[in-house]
Structure formats: structure tokens, C-alpha cells
Ligand binder design. Sequence first.
Ligand SMILES: *[C@@H]1O[C@H](CO)[C@@H](O)[C@H](O)[C@H]1NC(C)=O
Ligand SMILES: *[C@@H]1O[C@H](CO)[C@@H](O)[C@H](O)[C@H]1NC(C)=O
Length: 546
Amino acid sequence: MVPITLILSSFFILLHFSAGPSLTYAAGGQWQLLQESIGISAMHMQLLKNDRVVIFDRTDFGRSNLPLPDGKCRNDPNDTALKIDCTAHSAEYDVVKNTIRPLMVQTDVWCSSGSVMQDGRLVQTGGFNDGERRVRIYKPCSTCDWEEIEMGLAARRWYATNHLLPDGRQIIIGGRRQFNYEFYPKSESATNTYSLRFLVETNDLNIENNLYPFVFLNTDGNLFIFANNRAILFDYVKNRVLKTYPQIPGGDPRSYPSTGSAVLLPLKNLQAQFIEAEVLVCGGAPKGSYIQATNGNFVGALKTCARIKITDPNPQWVVETMPQARVMGDMTLLPNGNVLIINGAAAGTAGWEYGRNPVLNPVIYRPNNAAGSRFESQNPSTIPRMYHSTAILLRDGRVLVGGSNPHIYYNFTGVLFPTELSLEAFKPSYFDAPALRPKIVSPSPTSETKIGYAKKLTVRFTVTGTVAKELLTVTMVAPSFTTHSFSMNQRLLVLAAEKVTNTGGTTTYEVEVTTPGSVNLAPSGYYLLFVVHQEIPSVGIWVQIL
Ligand SMILES: *[C@@H]1O[C@H](CO)[C@@H](O)[C@H](O)[C@H]1NC(C)=O
Ligand SMILES: *[C@@H]1O[C@H](CO)[C@@H](O)[C@H](O)[C@H]1NC(C)=O
């Protein structure tokens, strides 16, 4: 092992000096089948601070393949499929042990939304039928289950988007036939809904194309809200549109059911006076695709991404071309700041039975590379992940992939894309050379560390080979709520290495960074913190910024 490692590391250093600080490892990535069946289809996923993933589907398709424990049954006279149901529609996945624990949701969570709050609880909102105005709380503990708040929402929320706010509340935006937003928790001054005309303006009659809007907290504290084919910068306190961004060239829709995906690109240069922010929107379905799909014509998906500096005084979209067309893809920020585009199909749209031609190859997008050399196709999975599939980042740097059920019921035979109950992990190529992965020694990887704002933070780590300060960063990633190809609250902060000290032999180092300066950059809460050297991240540790 040792000689191979040494050869590998000198190879990387050579590559670095000849090719510049961009790509220093081979392409590829690997797939790992974690569970052939967890008994439910992972339509929604959220990683919690105890390295468990809350997964849920919907309650109204009949029985799942995961029994509730101890002969428990749910008695719901309002359920549209089964009034008495002894199966689970939610589960907790223990990442470390690779095990599943059934959970009990009381009402229908179908196509809902959510966000982790600053104390680490998941607050999930809405759904369908008897679940449409529910708020549900899930605490991160090994024996906890869902708690439900009746009429917790001011309006029905189905296909809405949530985001954690700098003041610790979450905002819940839109949803089917809801051209407004609200907050949770409620306060005396904010009990109701607030209208949002932008959602009326972006609503294509009978097709919508503006559901699950892409929402990001900008560095100035306002919200970037994208729906259909364009976006606004929105002051949610004063209910005012501050900026209207141009339409993406071509004008094709990118939101549900023409489902593309989007990320806020890594926020960097956090010590600057003015901190830039960029958004990347990828894939979707051409205008008219949904109607075509209802008639059995599955139109080729969009092959383009569009990138925009949302903080620019005169912002313009720059269009780039992906290796493959994709609708219903997921975009996941990797700890090294690259974007993984994964799951989805090359034709059709979101909606029951409307996707065709699964795209099995993920793609990595390197935002810092020169235009034209940013995309790199990865090794394919064998499992199509169509409508209702998900992907989230885990603490060890793998991406958990699950779901896919384009049917109203669980159908395993006699259909084009059987209901998927499996869980896989995609392991990006930074898993190929374990010795080159930094390993965090302190703060402690096993206990939660509290960090403040605009404070010096020293991270001690070990790594094989010589550390170059300009190739070293510390990153912080917020764990996101993922469903319908969008990861709510997804954000990554790059903390520049200010000082690097070799503190023991050739393998132990300390890096000093400054933590984010404000709640607008990083709302208070739990983040995964990684040390990244030559684009290879450590396993993360949980930190709570407050
Ligand atoms: C559920 O059904 C009961 C009658 O069985 C009704 O009174 C109640 O309003 C329903 N709740 C919801 C949320 O639909
Ligand atoms: C899918 O499952 C439902 C419920 O079990 C069943 O009624 C339906 O016929 C199935 N569809 C196909 C195409 O097999």
C-alpha cells in the first residue's frame, strides 16, 4: 500500500504543477448498493446531525413494504387509500450502521417540503389531503418519531419550497394554487400569508411550471426566487421585489413539472466588503413538453445550464451545455465545491408516467474551471432514478441516492420503471485515494462543536504528503431537504486558509480560518465542516454556528 500511495501522491503533485490548480485526480466515481429495499420509496430525504436520514414517501398509495413495529397501525378515516394501515410511509436510515427504523406519519406528506431549524429539528410542512396544512416535527434522536401540529400552516401547501431565514424562522413559498408565502413558527406580527405576484406571473395556465420554486438566501439577506424561466430578488420582510432578473435565453421552463434543478454556487471570499453569489440552473423540459407527454410524445429534455451572478448590478445568464440532456436531475454540492448532477431522464417531464430514457451517468460540474472544461461525465448506475427520486450529501462525502416511483401505486412489474425501494451511494473519485484524504483530528469529529460568527477557527488534521496552502480550504455545507429534484437550504461556504502550520512530523497540520461573518451568509444552525486539500475532502464533522 505505501509505495502505491507515494507514487499516487507524487503523481498528483506533478499533475498540479503542470496543469494548474484545477483538476488533480482521475474521473470516474463508484456506485455502492446499500440496501436492495428499505421498504419505502425515498421521495423526500433529510440528513440530521446524528447522521441519520429521515426518509418519507406518501400515505395514500396503499401498503408499503415496511411494516410498522409492534403491530402498530395507523387509523386515518381521511386517508384516500387505506383507512387502517399497518405499514410505514416514513423511515430513519442510520448511515453508520446501514439500518432502517420505521417511523409513523399520521397524515399525508406527499410532495411536501421542509427545513432543519437552527436547533437541529426537522420542521416539515404540508402535503396532500389531510396533510395539506400540517406542520410536522422530527427531532434527531434514536427513538424519536414524528410529532404533528394540526392547522400549523395558514394555507394549504403542496409543492412548496422552504428556506431557513437569518432570523431562525423558515419561509414557506408557493405550492399548488398558492401565490403567496408564510412563515413558521408564527409570531403575533406574522400569522398569515403574504401575496407574491411573481408566482402568478410565472404560472403557465393549467401546467403551472412554477412549482417547487428554486429559492436561495442571497448574501445581502434577501431571497433569490426562481420559477419557470426567470427570477426575482425579493425582500420578504417588506414584501417588495428588489430586482427582476432577465429570462433565461430561450425561455424554456425549468420548474415543476418541467423540472430542472438549481444550486447556489459555493460562497467564497467571505472576508470581502462585497460578497458575490452565483446561481446555476441545469436541465428542464422545453415549453409544451408536459402537454406533449400527456399525449404520449416524450420530448427531449433541455441540455443546457444557465449561470448568473445574482449580486451583479447588471446580471446576465451565461448558458453552458451539459454532456447529456436531463430533466428531473438532482444537483448536489460536494464538499470540495464541485456540483454533482445526478438522477433523472433524457425525455419527458415530471408527473405520473411522463419520464423516458433514464440518464444513468452523473456529471460533475467544476464551477472554478474555465467555461468549456467544467463538465465531466461519471460512471453510470444500473438503476433508473426517474420521477420522485432523491440525492443528498452524507458526512463522509458519499452521496445517498434513493427513490424513483413514477406510479400512483407501488408497481414492481408490468411497468417501464418499477417503483424503486433501493438505496445506493455514489462515491465521487476523491474516494479513490484514501491516503490523500485529510483527516480532521480537532475539533473533535465525534462531538458537536459550537462555533461563533467572524471568529478565528483552528482545525487540526492529518494527511499524507506536503500540504500547499493555496490548495487547502475549509468548507461548510448546510444539510438540505431534498425532493422533486431540488435541495432546499443547500449552501456551501468556502473558508480560505489563512495560516497553515505543520505541527507534527510530516502528517499533522493546523489550518486557521475565519468563520462566516453573518447570519446572511450562514443562518445559525448545524453544518458539515470539511478540510479540503487538492479538491479531496476529509470526512466532515458537525459544527453548530451561533
Ligand atoms: C377528517 O375526517 C373527519 C370526519 O371523519 C372530518 O371531521 C375532518 O375534518 C377531516 N379532517 C381533515 C383534515 O380533512
Ligand atoms: C399498480 O398497482 C396497483 C395497486 O396494486 C394495481 O391496481 C395496478 O393494476 C398496478 N399497475 C400495473 C400496470 O400493474
